[in-house]
Design a protein around this ligand. Structure first.
Ligand code: SF4
Length: 324
């Protein structure tokens, strides 16, 4: 049996974006596979599954498509026993699905027939792959990516432009022509069509191949790239850089004390800086005064307190580690 290093490496859009942004953070896959199970851990994943079922069952052609899209969301929530009052963004995502259903339906009507969802496309020659939310081949070929969460800003970010250009490349490899329409459907802002030229696709492919040939040892700490990087906790180049970011979103140091409130929230003093609003399950069981700890995706309060205080949120991660 081959070891992990000997297996062919496959690059998703996200892995390729990381390779171009900070090579050290890039983690290619061993094969172009879908996630093994449908994980419905947030409102975005429920919305994506609702969209998939709504399209595959032809419900987008109904008289009131938004109502049915919201109904799909509700059915998934009920069948998985999800309490949407405890799932961040679930209530607003549900409402937006209803209000955006008709716009989505109008876009799909332009693309009929042959609309596919969760479509796995590959470029076998270059070992690139991606799973497109919605795709339709043919003369009016289109790809749609649904944005529901933190990446749902008004203007498509460079990361989103990269993603859609990457998908346009996979589409071109599969169908022989680039998609005519490349659409980011943002539940908050509505649809935005992104211009993806043939030269943009060629340039991206060239950049990826060049970056692959240069190896993955280089670290380039940047706030938006590091924020959700899986190597963040132990990446020393990042910890050297983060204090100078404006604003920083991580702290490290020795735990001085831990306070627990009757509501279940926890506050931790790290080198005398209080980090508050921690849900009990976010604090490692082995956290004790005197140990070294790191916390990422925290917010520095701007109330002028000295030393500054910090606030945790649902995306904060805290870990106890050996001191560097
Ligand atoms: S934490 Fe930042 S610098 Fe370190 S590997 Fe990840 S993206 Fe690169």
């Amino acid at each position: 049996m081959k070891g992990a290093d000997e297996l062919p490496q496959w690059w998703s859009s996200t892995a390729a974006w990381r390779l171009l942004s900070c090579p050290l953070s890039a983690v290619p896959a061993n094969e172009p596979a879908r996630p093994s199970a449908q994980v419905l851990g947030n409102a975005g994943s429920v919305a994506h599954l609702a969209l998939q079922q709504w399209i595959e069952n032809g419900e987008w052609t109904r008289e009131d498509p938004g109502m049915r899209l919201q109904g799909r969301f509700d059915e998934i929530v009920a069948s998985h026993g999800i309490d949407i009052s405890r799932m961040p963004q679930a209530v607003i995502t549900r409402a937006r699905l209803k209000s955006r259903g008709r716009e989505l339906s109008a876009i799909l009507a332009e693309a009929e027939p042959g609309i596919r969802t969760e479509l796995l496309l590959t470029d076998e020659g270059n070992h690139l792959f991606g799973i497109l939310d919605v795709a339709a081949g043919g003369a009016e070929g289109l790809i749609i990516d649904l944005k529901t969460g933190r990446d749902a800003s008004a203007e498509p970010s460079p990361a989103i432009k990269h993603q859609m250009t990457f998908y346009a490349h996979l589409f071109q490899v599969t169908f022989g022509v680039p998609p005519k329409h490349v659409i980011v459907f943002n539940l908050q802002q509505g649809p935005a069509e992104i211009e993806v030229s043939p030269s943009a696709i060629t340039n991206l492919l060239g950049d990826i191949l060049t970056a692959q040939s240069m190896g993955r040892a280089l670290a380039r700490p940047q706030p938006d790239v590091c924020r959700f990087c899986t190597k963040r906790m132990t990446c020393e180049p990042h910890w050297k850089a983060v204090a100078a970011w404006d604003p920083p979103d991580a702290i490290e140091g020795t735990i001085v004390s831990i306070e627990r409130s009757s509501s279940g929230l926890v506050a931790v003093s790290i080198d005398g800086h209080w980090l508050t609003g921690i849900v009990g399950s976010q604090l490692p069981d082995d956290a004790r005064p005197g140990q070294f700890a790191r916390a990422v995706r925290v917010r520095r309060r701007s109330d002028g307190t000295a030393p500054p205080e910090w606030a945790a949120s649902s995306i904060t991660e805290i870990r106890v580690l050996p001191a560097p």
